[in-house]
Ligand binder design. Structure first.
Ligand code: HEC
Ligand code: HEC
Length: 314
């Protein structure tokens, strides 16, 4: 079902790339961007041939959005929310490494091949893995971070301790950890009544729950990208880096680089990270249903302060 939009998008940026290609060809020897020597990037030696190939492919496929200089300001970037990544910052969101560390090649390959759902970053499954790898090596020349740092240690999950037979148990445990221990609801919405949240908090953390005034909606957060980010409401918004259990586990365990979303691996036992993944998946499964919307509104009303303006619904 994602088939149509990638095609339409591809045609659009093929046109833009063609326009950009003309600009680049006319200034081919260009601003010092033709590589004559191999470089060490993220601790790995990369040949000049790969970098030149990567540059050419980047200009063709990626620069419409990510910009000729890789600064995220390509002609097709205007109005995109979230905006395309600025590769000169050397900062990435969705890698399976601790937040703030550089991604491994496998991370970048996965992200480029699968795309980021709900953003303009579409799956590039018609470009060969080898070509994408060339582009990835070239991306590393755009930020000085890759010259002196190596990628983070890959975060590898322990085997799923719950399994399909214990799914219901995992979802219940995940619900309690989400609301009563890991404080996911300090940024993301809460999905339970105040009583249930308080019970979970007392059971797992031995303290009363603290709810934000608007606990049933997400709260806008600062990021290192120069714009604020809204944490997703899993019953309403896209989860960008994939919706399988393994994808959700990876996101929660690693956190999201450059954003408020922290790394949970090590901070929570692995069983609980898996339980949270089951719980978040159960929310994603009811995404967009009238029941989920009705439930959100009903819960929100339980927190409405009647004093100021009780004639207006939110
Ligand atoms: C139509 C616009 C568009 C095109 C073309 C495009 N991207 Fe993106 N890309 C985006 C947007 C938007 C984001 C930011 C998504 C976000 O922040 O969640 C992004 C993010 C990324 C990221 C960052 C992932 C992370 O974890 O932070 C990488 C890497 C990336 N793109 C690589 C590429 C490559 C390689 C190409 C060419 C093969 C490409 N993109 C083409 C729009 C585009
Ligand atoms: C301090 C704020 C904060 C906390 C606490 C937090 N998150 Fe997030 N989370 C965010 C933000 C911000 C984003 C969106 C990042 C973006 O748009 O790029 C996000 C995104 C996500 C995503 C979606 C990633 C994707 O692929 O698009 C998942 C899943 C997630 N969080 C789960 C959790 C869980 C589970 C917890 C608790 C264990 C949690 N978060 C705690 C701020 C937070």
């Amino acid at each position: 079902m994602l088939k149509i939009s990638p095609k339409a998008g591809r045609v659009r940026h093929a046109l833009i790339s063609a326009a950009l290609g003309t600009v680049l060809l006319s200034g081919c020897a260009g601003p010092g961007k033709t590589f004559t020597k191999s470089m060490t990037l993220g601790g790995k030696k990369v040949s000049a041939r790969r970098l030149n190939s990567g540059e050419h492919l980047f200009v063709t496929y990626c620069s419409a959005c990510h910009g000729i200089k890789g600064d995220g300001k390509g002609p097709a970037s205007i109005g995109l929310r979230p905006p395309p990544r600025n590769f000169t910052q050397g900062q990435f969101k969705f890698a399976a490494v601790a937040s703030g560390r550089l991604p491994n090649d496998e991370d970048l390959l996965r992200i480029v091949q699968k795309g980021l759902h709900g953003s303009a970053m579409l799956p590039w499954n018609d470009v060969s893995g080898r070509d994408i790898m060339d582009i990835i090596q070239y991306l590393k020349t755009l930020s000085p971070k890759w010259a002196d740092k190596t990628p983070g240690e890959p975060i590898v999950p322990e085997p799923d301790p719950w399994g399909a037979e214990r799914e219901a148990e995992a979802v219940t445990r995940g619900m309690k950890v989400y609301h009563g221990m890991a404080q996911c609801l300090s940024c993301h919405p809460a999905y339970e009544t105040k009583e249930t949240i308080t019970a979970a908090s007392i059971e797992l953390s031995k303290r009363e729950a603290v709810l934000r005034p608007d606990a049933y909606h997400a709260e806008l957060k600062d990021s290192d990208y120069g714009y604020k980010l809204m944490p997703p409401d899993f019953t309403r918004d896209h989860v960008r880096s994939g919706e399988t259990l393994e994808d959700i586990y990876r996101t929660i365990a690693s956190g999201i680089g450059g954003t408020a979303m922290p790394t949970w691996k090590g901070a929570l036992p692995d069983d609980d990270i898996w339980a949270l993944s089951y719980y978040v998946r159960s929310l994603i499964r009811i995404k967009g249903t009238p029941e989920a919307d009705a439930r959100r509104e009903k819960l929100a009303q339980t927190l409405a302060v009647p004093s100021h303006d009780d004639t207006k619904a939110n």
